[in-house]
Design a protein around this ligand. Structure first.
Ligand code: TA6
Length: 295
């Protein structure tokens, strides 16, 4: 089908704001929005409500997106900020990390907010007793707020949730992750609990750790790009640090063999024993802000 005919059919065109928000047909012929604030530009796919890119004007991209990522209706996008809901990890034959990241969300509203930022609200099509929305604010920083409401009148709702960003880094071997030194963690590689390490994290092998509650920001210091990425989360009891390193990169079909060198995931959520339980009518918000600063 001709490109202009495709664009004419793009269901997101009604949300366009000239000079700020444009609808386009993205990879895999999936509908998406390109959002430009005074400070930055971002792209958001309806599929999985996935923010696939964010870049402050004049800076390196904040997020990593694999050139081998699938863009189809069944697969999660490999990169950007996939949304993990209503469970984290494997659940028997069910999709890993839940269904939110492989479902097309509905764009609900696009609004210009103060200081030249743009807010895009998306909703997960209703399933069971939960109302789930994501608000993405594209501005001097990137903010995501995942709100879950228990819409049941008589049943409790228990869920896990996690915002799973793939951050772009210059060279993983010259990255230091600070802010988790005083927190115990579960090392998924050896299925063991460890007490606080007392040290910042340097990645030199496959790393897959779930940190318990900690206060304060997690900071990714990137020597090559001369910048810090600051992860500021509220409503999150867990932080996950993941890099697949060499072996896992080789077996992941939607990930280049060397992609591990230019990415790291620092995820914020509520996982395992920190899962959230809501009484009828109650809601919870998981909010993150990703900021960049010169080193
Ligand atoms: O980042 C934590 C994690 O659970 C890792 O164990 C790894 O599996 C990653 O998520 C990506 O999962 P995915 O299902 O997207 O391949």
């Amino acid at each position: 089908m001709a490109a202009d005919a495709l664009e004419a059919m793009n269901p997101l065109r009604r949300f366009e704001i000239p000079g700020r928000v444009a609808a386009f047909t993205g990879a895999g012929v999936l509908p998406a929005l390109r959002v430009e604030s005074d400070h930055s530009v971002a792209e958001i796919y309806q599929h999985g409500a996935c923010v696939t890119s964010f870049r402050r004007h004049g800076e390196e991209p904040l997020l990593f997106l694999s050139r081998s990522s699938r863009f189809d209706s069944e697969s999660p996008i490999r990169g950007g900020v996939p949304i993990v809901f209503p469970w984290f990890g494997a659940r028997g034959s069910l999709p890993q990390h839940g269904y939110a990241r492989t479902t097309p969300w509905e764009v609900v509203a696009v609004t210009l907010v103060d200081d030249g930022a743009v807010a895009v609200e998306l909703a997960l099509p209703r399933l069971g007793g939960s109302l789930v929305t994501l608000e993405v604010t594209v501005g001097a920083s990137l903010k995501l707020a995942l709100r879950v409401e228990n819409s049941s009148i008589d049943q409790q709702l228990t869920f896990e949730s996690c915002l799973h960003p793939y951050f772009h880094v210059g060279a993983i071997e010259r990255v230091t992750i600070r802010g988790l030194e005083e927190t115990g963690y579960h090392d998924c590689m050896v299925d063991q609990e460890f007490a606080r390490s007392g040290e910042p994290i340097r990645i030199a092998c496959e790393t897959d750790r779930i940190y318990l509650r900690h206060d304060g920001d997690v900071v990714i210091e990137d020597e090559d790009l001369g910048r810090r990425i600051r992860v500021r989360a509220t409503g999150a009891q867990s932080t996950v640090v993941w890099n697949p390193w060499t072996e896992k990169s080789r077996v992941m079909q939607d990930f280049g063999n060397d992609d591990y060198r230019t990415m790291v995931c620092v995820e914020s959520g509520n996982i395992g024993e920190k899962a959230v339980t809501l009484r009828p009518g109650k809601s919870a918000v998981l909010e993150v802000e990703y900021l960049t600063e010169a080193l």
